[in-house]
Design a protein around this ligand. Structure first.
Ligand SMILES: Nc1ncnc2c1ncn2[C@@H]1O[C@H](COP(=O)(O)OP(=O)(O)OP(=O)(O)O)[C@@H](O)[C@H]1O
Ligand SMILES: [Mg+2]
Length: 293
C-alpha cells in the first residue's frame, strides 16, 4: 500500500471572505409516525452548528456514525435546508435562496460521495458522466476537456468510452472526482470518499484528492469518521458529536492535545492510519476498548 503523504498547510489570506460560514444551523427531521395517538418523533440532526471554512483551507469534519456529518454537507450544498440558522457560501447567504438562484453554488461547489457505484449512472458512458455537470449548466463539454479530466485523475483517455461497471471501485471514485472537477469548482466537498473503497486503493485516492486540491487551489471540506485520515488530509478539523461541533482546531493540535472529553475518547481509541486504511473504524475501536490501537 503506498504511503499517504503528509499535508503541509497553505498560508491563508486573513482578510478574505470565508468560503463557508454557518451560523447556528439547526436541522430537525420528523420520523414517520408509528401511531395515530402519538405525534411524529423529532430527530435533532444538527443542534446549532457554527463554523467557518477559510478560502483554500482543507477543513475536516469528524465524528461517529449518525452525528450529523452528511446532513451538514447537504445543507452546505443546499441539497437540504436548515430548519433555522444561516448558511453563507462565498459571502452569499444561501439559506433561503430558491434553486433558480443557486447557479453560482452549483458551479462553484461540487461533491464527491462515499459510494461511487450508487452516485454514477450505470447506463451512461464515462465521458457523458463527466460532461454532465457542464451540460446541465449549459456549457459545451468538449472531448478535450473530458480527456484532460480523465488524465488529471489518472485514467486513460479511452476510459471515456466505457461504462461504470467496467471499472474497479477506486477507478469509479476517480471518475466521480473527474466529474466533480468538470465545472472548475472552487470548493470540493467530500463525504467519506474512501471508506467504501478497497483497502489497497484508499491511500492512492486520498493522495489524488490531496494533490488535486493543491494543484487547483481548491477549498476542501472532507468528512470522515476517522480522525487519523482527516489529520493527513486537512489543516483544521471540527469534531462533531450528536449534532454539535464540540471542538475545532488545527488537526495536529486536536490530535496531540484534544480538549473536549469526546475528542479525547476519539483520540485515545484512534487507529493508526494504516489500521484505519485497512478498515478498522474508530467506532469499531471504541467498541473494543482496551485493545491496543
Ligand atoms: N432525511 C432524513 N429524515 C429523517 N432523519 C434523518 C434524515 N437524514 C438524516 N437523518 C438523521 O439525522 C441524523 C444524522 O444523520 P447523518 O446522515 O447526517 O449522520 P452521519 O454523521 O453522516 O452518519 P454516517 O457516518 O453513518 O454517514 C441521524 O440520526 C439520521 O438518522
Ligand atoms: Mg454520512
Amino acid at each position: 500500500m503506498p504511503e499517504i503523504r503528509e499535508h503541509i498547510p497553505a498560508a491563508h489570506q486573513p482578510d478574505a471572505e470565508p468560503a463557508i460560514k454557518l451560523i447556528d444551523v439547526v436541522r430537525n427531521y420528523t420520523r414517520p409516525r408509528t401511531s395515530l395517538l402519538r405525534s411524529a418523533p423529532a430527530v435533532h440532526a444538527l443542534r446549532g452548528v457554527n463554523l467557518e471554512v477559510k478560502q483554500g483551507e482543507r477543513f475536516g469534519i469528524v465524528g461517529e456514525s449518525g452525528c450529523g456529518k452528511s446532513t451538514l454537507l447537504r445543507i452546505i450544498a443546499a441539497l437540504d435546508r436548515a430548519s433555522s440558522g444561516h448558511v453563507i457560501v462565498e459571502g452569499t447567504d444561501i439559506t433561503h435562496l430558491p434553486e433558480r438562484r443557486l447557479r453560482f453554488l452549483r458551479e462553484n461547489l461540487q461533491l464527491v460521495f462515499q459510494d461511487p457505484m450508487s452516485s454514477l449512472d450505470p447506463r451512461m458512458r464515462v465521458r457523458d458522466i463527466i460532461a454532465e455537470p457542464l451540460v446541465v449548466q449549459g456549457h459545451p463539454a468538449s472531448g478535450q476537456r473530458v480527456r484532460e479530466l480523465l488524465e488529471a485523475v489518472g485514467l486513460s483517455a479511452d476510459a471515456g468510452d466505457r461504462y461504470p461497471h467496467q471499472f474497479s471501485g477506486g477507478q469509479r471514485q476517480r471518475i466521480s472526482i473527474a466529474r466533480a472537477l468538470a465545472p472548475r469548482p472552487r470548493i470540493l466537498v467530500a463525504d467519506e470518499p474512501v471508506s467504501a473503497l478497497d483497502v489497497s486503493v484508499r491511500a492512492q485516492v486520498l493522495n489524488l484528492i490531496s494533490d488535486l486540491v493543491d494543484e487547483l487551489n481548491l477549498t476542501l471540506v472532507f468528512v470522515s469518521h476517522d480522525l487519523s485520515v482527516v489529520k493527513h488530509v486537512c489543516d483544521r478539523v471540527a469534531v462533531m458529536n450528536a449534532g454539535q461541533i464540540v471542538e475545532t482546531g488545527y488537526t495536529g493540535d486536536v490530535y496531540a492535545a484534544p480538549q473536549h472529553p469526546y475528542t479525547q475518547r476519539l483520540v485515545s481509541a484512534i487507529p493508526t492510519l494504516h489500521r484505519a486504511l485497512s478498515g478498522a473504524t474508530t467506532t469499531d475501536l471504541l467498541a473494543t476498548k482496551g485493545e491496543p490501537a
